[in-house]
Design a protein around this ligand. Structure first.
Ligand SMILES: Nc1ncnc2c1ncn2[C@@H]1O[C@H](COP(=O)(O)OP(=O)(O)O)[C@@H](O)[C@H]1O
Ligand SMILES: [Mg+2]
Length: 313
């Protein structure tokens, strides 16, 4: 019992969703960054074509650059500007190695830029020390990863409840909130099952429940459907969108264009630069398709125009 608890401490340290160690970047040695100083494409326009007031943003990247030392140094993000407003649902797309995970890690305060600023809720993250950053992260941000990072010895309910250990929430309250979060992802009936007794899609929904149970303002998901079949993947997106509809900002990395098309906004990265930033004026998907139990046969969103977009696995 004692041992279980210690393992779970490791697996939930300071992050609603997964340990920092597990947020590491995959695919070393892929595409080096390409210099392009324009940096102007990242800021979305309002519906009327004007620049949004930056104080309406929940999250801003301001000329964020990430360069890894080496010979030559590798610029992975190149003057990225991006603003995300409360309640937005955003898909981040781009080929493997384009900087998606790096950008999400920096937006999520798991990693720091070489230059530029990250603002969350009108706070310049670089002005915070590590403890304050960890607190901001624990209170504001939930994470979901391609690998579910559930503890095999714990039930779904305990996996979700333990994610709130560092929020200073009492055990009874943690379990109540955990059950509510499982209900939001349609898994109340599976609450007492261990991960090994759940399908991949169900395990990922447990991970989503863990990420939202503490009531974050923003949920980041890095290839959350990467290990799932298409039907389970669409269902996971159904739940992510219902979470966004309830007011949580949701930012999802995916290399699946069909899934990306279901988000209100798509940010495309190429070689560390935002090359496209598209807001749908109308949803491309009939909202009635959301939250129905099974994805309709043949439903693939819009056609995937870019078969070269490999996964970042
Ligand atoms: N710690 C690191 N040191 C050096 N290079 C890294 C490191 N982390 C990531 N990279 C490189 O940064 C680039 C972007 O990686 P990443 O953000 O994981 O891309 P994506 O998620 O789009 O596949 C890749 O070329 C990768 O090899
Ligand atoms: Mg990645």
């Amino acid at each position: 019992m004692r041992r279980d608890r210690r393992e779970s401490d490791v697996a939930t340290a300071a992050v609603s969703g997964a340990p920092e160690a597990m947020s590491g970047l995959e695919n070393p040695a892929v595409t080096p960054g390409v210099a392009d100083d324009s940096g102007t494409l990242g800021t979305p326009l309002d519906a009327d074509g004007t620049m949004p007031a930056s104080n309406s943003a929940l999250l801003s990247l301001r000329s964020v650059t990430k360069t890894y030392p080496g010979t030559p140094p590798l610029t992975v993000l190149n003057h990225v500007n991006l603003e995300i407003r409360p309640g937005e649902d955003v898909a981040v797309v781009g080929p493997s190695g384009s900087g998606k995970t790096t950008m999400l890690s920096i937006m999520g305060t798991l990693d720091q830029p070489t230059s530029g600023q990250v603002w969350i809720d009108s706070v310049d993250v670089s002005s915070l020390n590590e403890a304050a950053r960890a607190r901001l992260r624990a209170e504001t941000i939930g994470f979901v990863f391609q690998q579910f990072f559930l503890l095999p010895t714990l039930t779904a309910l305990d996996n979700v409840a333990e994610g709130m250990l560092y929020r200073g929430i009492r055990r009874h309250e943690r379990r109540t909130r955990a059950m509510e979060a499982l209900e939001r992802v349609g898994l109340a009936k599976r609450a007492h099952h261990r991960p090994g007794e759940l399908s991949g899609g169900e395990q990922q929904r447990v991970a989503i429940a863990r990420a939202i149970a503490g009531g974050p303002r923003v949920l980041f998901a890095d290839e959350p459907t990467g290990a799932l079949d298409q039907t389970a993947g669409h269902r996971v997106v159904d739940y992510l969108q219902s979470i966004a509809a309830d007011g949580t900002t949701v930012v999802v990395i995916t290399h699946d264009q069909g899934l990306a098309a279901r988000f209100s906004r798509r940010v495309s990265l190429l070689d560390g630069t935002v090359v496209d930033n598209t807001v749908s004026s109308t949803s491309l998907v009939d909202p009635r398709l959301n939250l129905i139990p099974e994805t309709p046969a043949g439903y693939v969103g819009v056609a995937a125009p870019d078969s070269t977009m490999g996964g970042s696995r």
